[in-house]
Design a protein around this ligand. Structure first.
Ligand SMILES: [Zn+2]
Length: 210
């Protein structure tokens, strides 16, 4: 059981009303260039300008302004949706709160992904987290479905490449050899492209097995 995000950086002390903005380069690395909440990669949103710094515990609810541990790298939509939401004392007592990807396992414990690409809560925390952050907005579900489809295509391409490679080895020189080599080269490019796209896709959230 380990949190999804490990903070490595120790930025210099930040002061003042907007001092926390100096944490940006440290946060981007520590959060692996992804939104802390929806896991979208900067590249999927056109770059870091579509991201900003979120105060996990909102400033209006007593959250620290410049404490690095209260700063999260998030996409602007998640930041706007979360705004200053924070559970009441009564909600917290019943387990309704945001899952904290920096201090606990969130996906797989508090929510899992369905085959249709929606997140299904498993706990009150998951219910609060998924609904308050609107993690089932259509665009995110579409990205998750596309990711799953690319995984299928990648597996298919790997299998075809293997079978074709064996066919070429078995009969190194016949009338179809040149075409097989062209197909192999095509499959290699397809695999490289899919692997590149999957490297920045939203990771699949599966139930924790152990
Ligand atoms: Zn987000």
């Amino acid at each position: 059981m380990s949190p999804r995000i490990h903070r490595q950086a120790s930025p210099p002390v930040m002061r003042g009303r907007v001092g926390y903005r100096n944490a940006e380069p440290y946060l981007r690395r520590d959060f692996a260039y992804r939104c802390a909440y929806c896991c979208v990669h900067e590249q999927q949103m056109g770059g870091p300008q579509a991201f900003c710094i979120d105060h996990f515990k909102p400033r209006s609810r007593g959250g620290s302004v410049n404490d690095y541990k209260n700063l999260y790298w998030v996409c602007i939509p998640c930041n706007m949706i979360k705004h200053d939401k924070w559970p009441t004392r009564e909600q917290r007592r019943r387990g309704y709160r945001f899952a904290d990807p920096c201090s606990e396992e969130d996906g797989g414990v508090h929510f899992v992904e369905s085959d249709e690409g929606s997140l299904q809560p498993l706990t009150p925390c998951g219910e609060y987290h998924v609904s308050m952050l609107r993690l089932n907005r259509p665009w995110l579900q579409k990205l998750r479905r596309e990711r799953s489809y690319k995984h299928l295509r990648l597996n298919e391409a790997h299998q075809l490449r293997e079978e074709l490679g064996q066919a070429v080895e078995a009969r190194p020189a016949d009338a179809t050899t040149e075409m097989k080599h062209r197909l192999l080269s095509f499959l290699r490019q397809e695999i490289d492209a899919l692997q590149g796209e999957l490297a920045v896709a939203i990771p699949l959230i599966q139930p924790r097995t152990s």
